[in-house]
Ligand binder design. Structure first.
Ligand code: GAR
Length: 191
């Protein structure tokens, strides 16, 4: 039996954060028990703070506006994560472009609301919806310096051809909630 510690990074609503904690925290999968030791946000007003709190998971707030540069923020973020001694960092709606200070030091995975390598970067959900494609989906990938460029760990798609935007957005979130916990377990079992 092995205990694997994770930290979850988020910036906003926190629906993935909540789903990950509810599905994984203090649960055992095969021989792996998962502990979500903390959540970290760059936004003091993020709704996810309360969601994590409900499950007894503390949030650490690192307000990016209080740092002089991207590098200064990433240095503090790396130090904070390293002090938690986690096996894996999980980015669930963490809206920051990361420097090599982060990507060279932290093993992390991220969820992105598109079928990568399509629609990398900001407004992926809107761009995916507006495209001529008949399918859309979500991806979990390794975090590297290139935004949304790391190796794909999990993906799921659906037919979007008949959907309005509200239905599409709900389907994206539902699909994220289906694949993200499984992807975290899969990665942790290889660490
Ligand atoms: C999710 O849809 C996630 O894929 C997206 O932010 C949303 C967060 O929602 N992430 C990105 O766009 C990263 N580039 P949540 O706070 O309700 O989990």
């Amino acid at each position: 039996m092995s205990l694997k510690k994770v930290v979850i990074l988020f910036s906003g609503e926190g629906s993935n954060l909540e789903n990950l904690i509810a599905t994984l925290h203090q649960k055992t999968f095969g021989t792996t028990t998962i502990e979500v030791v903390a959540a970290i946000t760059n936004k003091p007003t993020a709704k996810g703070i309360e969601k994590a709190n409900k499950y007894g998971v503390d949030s650490i707030i690192l307000d990016h506006t209080e740092f002089d540069s991207r590098e200064a923020f990433d240095t503090k973020l790396v130090e904070t994560i390293q002090n938690l001694e986690v096996e894996l960092t999980v980015m669930a709606g963490f809206m920051r472009i990361l420097t090599p200070i982060f990507t060279n030091n932290i093993q992390a995975i991220n969820i992105h609301p598109s079928l990568l390598p399509l629609f990398k970067g900001a407004s992926a959900l809107e761009r995916s919806f507006e495209s001529d494609m008949q399918v859309a989906g979500v991806s979990v990938h390794e975090v590297i310096t290139e935004v949304d460029g790391g190796k794909i760990i999990a993906q799921k798609c659906f037919d979007k051809s008949e959907m309005d935007f509200a239905t599409f957005k709900a389907k994206i979130h539902q699909t994220e909630h289906e694949i993200f916990p499984e992807a975290v377990i899969k990665v942790l079992q290889t660490i």
